[in-house]
Design a protein around this ligand. Structure first.
Ligand SMILES: Cc1cc2nc3c(=O)[nH]c(=O)nc-3n(C[C@H](O)[C@H](O)[C@H](O)COP(=O)(O)OP(=O)(O)OC[C@H]3O[C@@H](n4cnc5c(N)ncnc54)[C@H](O)[C@@H]3O)c2cc1C
Length: 136
């Protein structure tokens, strides 16, 4: 049986529920004068007590997403890159059955590893609860 511990979110200035791309990035950017708690289902290795939990994501980083990382001086570690790296998408117009390749400047990443990497960048002044979930 899993040990359980509870916390009152009213004791914090900010509560972040879920450390995917959005939550982890927010947690990394918040300043130390705020009292912040961040709660995530996954542990720091990416395991999850919720066996039904899967992330539906193709792991393609758009140009805009790449720009966001660059603007924050973040470069992707090579461990999170996956292969093959697509640079064009084969599309088919169904009525005419005409196919064409459209250039797309995506970077392909292993999405789970991307989440864990971003989670690892959260600074120590943020109180992170792994293996935890919000109960309302
Ligand atoms: C089929 C599919 C394919 C996609 N492909 C792409 C793609 O190729 N490229 C792209 O850029 N986007 C893609 N997306 C969109 C992308 O997955 C989302 O935009 C992105 O995951 C949103 O990030 P997030 O941080 O808001 O949430 P999430 O990535 O969903 O992260 C939320 C995290 O919160 C945690 N969590 C959830 N509930 C709780 C709870 N109650 N308590 C505690 N923790 C909790 C979990 O650990 C979870 O990882 C795709 C989406 C789908 C459905």
């Amino acid at each position: 049986m899993m040990a359980s511990k509870e916390v009152d979110l009213d004791d914090y200035d900010i509560g972040i529920i879920g450390l995917g791309i959005a939550g982890s990035n927010l947690a990394r950017l918040l300043l130390p004068h705020l009292k912040v708690i961040a709660i995530d289902k996954k542990d720091s290795q990416g395991n999850c007590f919720d066996a039904g939990f899967h992330k539906p994501c193709g792991g393609l980083l758009s140009k805009g997403a790449q720009k966001c990382f660059a603007n924050q001086s973040l470069t992707l570690p090579k461990e999170i890159l996956s292969s093959p790296q697509p640079f064009a998408i084969n599309t088919i117009d169904l009525p005419s059955k005409v196919g064409s390749y459209i250039p797309k400047h995506y970077v392909s990443v292993e999405r789970h590893r991307l989440d864990l990497w971003l989670k690892s960048l959260i600074p120590p002044h943020i109180e992170v609860w792994h293996n935890a979930f919000l109960r309302v």
